[in-house]
Design a protein around this ligand. Structure first.
Ligand code: PEP
Length: 250
């Protein structure tokens, strides 16, 4: 989208030990190439590696984020991590409402919206994920589902600087399947229209990422689609060569 700086973000999911930090170092070294000056880059390692990752990425072009946060600022929530804790680790972004969180932990739109607000309260950029299931796409409900998720998961007052929308069709995640460029264009145009309707200029300036089986071989085609302002990359972000090749699609 003209005027929007693209973002290529990696989600390592529940992968990554200290032994894998070499990949992160290679990504940090790789994103300084002048050809990547026009994009932003982000890696979201597992929570256990966020602090060491921000130390490695200090003063580099690579931003570091987390994959989830609790909706409360602190308290009796054993095993959970607050947005403030993530910010305290010097990370700048957090993914909320990933379809794996929605499926594995029963997170609904209202929960996701509260998490986005918690992220903002801690000064973090919230990457809010939405996307239809295969059954929903087959029954022609895709745009209705996206509309409902946008209303429910994106809180009032969302600002472009602190909010990123990730469109991730659930059936495309980790499957090697991707929607056609036309399908991506239709979904992203609908998301843009909905965001502009609700947030005016802020909605026009908000980044909308595509996610779901993005890899070096399809990145160029997907990133060229109108209203696609970058990618959220799962599996292919674990290897520096693949992630950097996706970044180079810009
Ligand atoms: C994701 O889960 O955010 C994702 C896009 O995964 P993958 O790239 O592996 O499909």
């Amino acid at each position: 989208t003209p005027g929007i700086r693209p973002l290529v973000a990696g989600n390592w999911k529940m992968n990554g030990l200290r032994d894998n930090l070499g990949e992160l170092k290679a990504i940090i070294d790789g994103v300084v190439t002048p050809s990547l000056e026009m994009i932003d880059t982000l890696i979201c390692p597992p929570a256990t590696l966020v602090y060491v990752a921000t130390a490695l990425a200090e003063d580099s072009e690579l931003a570091i984020g987390a994959q989830d946060c609790h909706w409360n600022a602190a308290g009796a929530h054993t095993g959970d991590i607050s947005a403030e804790m993530i910010a305290d680790c010097l990370a700048t972004h957090v993914i909320v409402g990933h379809s794996e969180r929605r499926a594995d932990h029963g997170e609904d739109d209202a929960t996701v919206a509260r998490k986005a607000e918690a992220a903002w309260d801690a000064g973090l950029v919230a990457i809010i994920c939405i996307g239809e299931t295969e059954a929903e796409r087959k029954s022609g409900e895709t745009l209705a589902v996206l509309g409902r998720q946008l209303v429910g998961s994106v809180p009032d007052g969302a600002e472009a600087e602190m909010t990123i929308i990730a469109y991730e069709p659930v059936w495309a995640i980790g499957t090697g399947l991707t929607p056609t460029a036309d399908d991506v264009a239709e979904a992203h145009a609908f998301i843009r229209e909905t965001l502009v309707g609700r947030f005016d200029d802020e909605g026009a300036a908000m980044r909308i990422l595509y996610g779901g089986s993005v890899k070096p071989s399809n990145a160029r085609e997907l990133m060229a689609v109108h209203n696609v302002d970058g990618a959220l990359v799962g599996g292919a972000s674990l290897k520096a060569d693949d992630f950097l090749a996706i970044c180079a699609a810009y």
